[in-house]
Design a protein around this ligand. Structure first.
Ligand code: PMP
Ligand code: GLN
Length: 385
């Protein structure tokens, strides 16, 4: 193919290939244990696979309704009401989407005008800023404090201007593995009161909160729910990241705008998968047991790391464990992540890539959504570093 003869005024001049693709590729090249990109190395429940094939074979293979199949929206509404006490109308306030990334992007697309400001917390999951920038919005960053990754609420207050259109939050948080407290949500609620600011609450790890704590969904707080797009992902909950299906909750007025974009962006999410999730969701234990399942993996990985020079930071939710390496090396985290992959055969994610101006924190993120055999081998390698 000859090269494009014109000039391209890139809408995303700073964006390259994501760190997840980069590190997973490097891990494959070096046959390294891949604790970088967040996905399970074990399969989903056979019962869920069976349901997917059941609905494929039942011939439900044409376009489902634009907002998602009614049985799934009903099941989501029931779950959200049972867990968070919030009643969402499946007809107007719940939309099934092809993944949380898409849900976040579409919410931004529907709400953010050129010149609008969107407050993001750094380190920020990598899809947020590009979603804002490609729509002509301006990300405004507030840094979580290090090393506890708490929210500096006074800085948030100061970051709000008349141009602030949206705030994007993420709890449990990727990449820090921190979680919001009830007090955090109340602070946010009081800060946003009386404004037109819309909240996007990325809650894809809603069922993975450790040590007996409860997930603080924006749905629990009426002053937040009334202005929020709440985004979740079946990929995390049911160990099927490749199925790319999630959902968005929002009050009717916001959801109406969301669907205007959604219907021309993808129109509908995959159909047979939706029927499978609707039926599988009846088994509440599958999501209610997820926190204990991952807490065991976190603790197994941490036990394996005992005696290592890596220092674990708290992992209060998600399936990530951050390790501080300031007792090991002065290298930048981006360099160490590559060297560990090449020389030691273990891949991780350097946390500095989630900042616009990388700080000097010496932290790598490790995914423990892996079998015990993988975690044991990974921990053994890390003990020797
Ligand atoms: N938000 C966060 C914080 C995530 O970690 C991820 C995926 N790892 C997503 C969104 C995207 O989820 P999905 O795969 O459903 O698009
Ligand atoms: N969210 C996953 C992670 O944090 C990766 C998803 C992706 O590769 N885009 O590792």
């Amino acid at each position: 193919m000859p090269s494009y003869p014109g000039t391209i005024d890139s809408k995303l001049p700073r964006v390259g290939t994501t760190i997840f693709t980069t590190m997973s590729r490097l891990a494959a090249e070096h046959d390294a244990i891949n604790l970088s990109q967040g996905f399970p190395d074990f399969d989903c429940a056979p019962a869920l696979r069976a349901l997917f094939t059941k609905y494929l074979n039942a011939g439900l293979n044409q376009y489902p309704p634009m907002a998602g199949v009614p049985v799934l929206r009903d099941a989501i509404a029931e779950k959200v009401e049972a867990l968070y006490g919030a009643a969402y109308d499946p007809e107007h306030e719940i939309t099934v989407v092809p993944g949380a990334t898409y849900g976040i992007f579409t919410a931004v697309s529907a709400m953010v005008h050129p010149g609008d400001e969107v407050i993001l917390f750094e380190p920020a999951y990598d899809s947020y800023a590009p979603a804002v920038e490609v729509h002509g919005g301006t990300p405004v960053y507030v840094q979580l404090t290090y090393p506890d990754y708490a929210i500096p609420w006074e800085a948030v207050r100061q970051a709000i201007t008349p141009r602030t259109r949206m705030i994007i939050v993420n709890t449990p948080n990727n990449p820090t593995a921190s979680v919001f407290s009830a007090e955090d949500l109340r602070m946010l609620e009081s800060l946003l009161k009386g404004t037109d600011i819309v909240l996007v609450s990325d809650e894809v790890y809603e069922h993975i909160v450790f040590d007996g704590h409860a997930h603080q969904s924006a749905a629990r707080y009426p002053g937040l729910a009334e202005r929020s797009f709440i985004v979740s992902s079946f990929g995390k909950t049911y160990h099927v990241t490749g199925w790319k299906t999630g959902y968005v909750l929002a009050p009717r007025e916001l959801m109406n705008e969301f669907r205007k974009v959604h219907q021309f962006n993808v129109f509908v999410a995959n159909g047979p998968i939706q029927y499978a999730f609707a039926e599988y969701m009846k088994d509440r234990d599958a999501y209610l047991g997820l926190a204990a399942f991952y807490q065991r993996k976190r603790d197994f990985f941490l036990q394996g790391l005992e005696g290592s020079r890596f220092k674990p930071l708290p992992s209060r939710g998600t399936f990530f464990q951050n390790l501080c390496y300031d007792a090991i090396s002065d290298e930048r985290d981006t360099d160490l992540a590559v060297r560990l992959t090449r020389e030691h055969g273990i891949a991780s994610i350097p946390v500095s890539v989630f900042y616009r101006e990388p700080p000097q924190h010496k932290v790598l993120r490790f995914c423990f959504a892996k079998s015990e055999a993988t975690l044991a081998r990974g921990a053994e390698i890390l003990r020797r570093v």
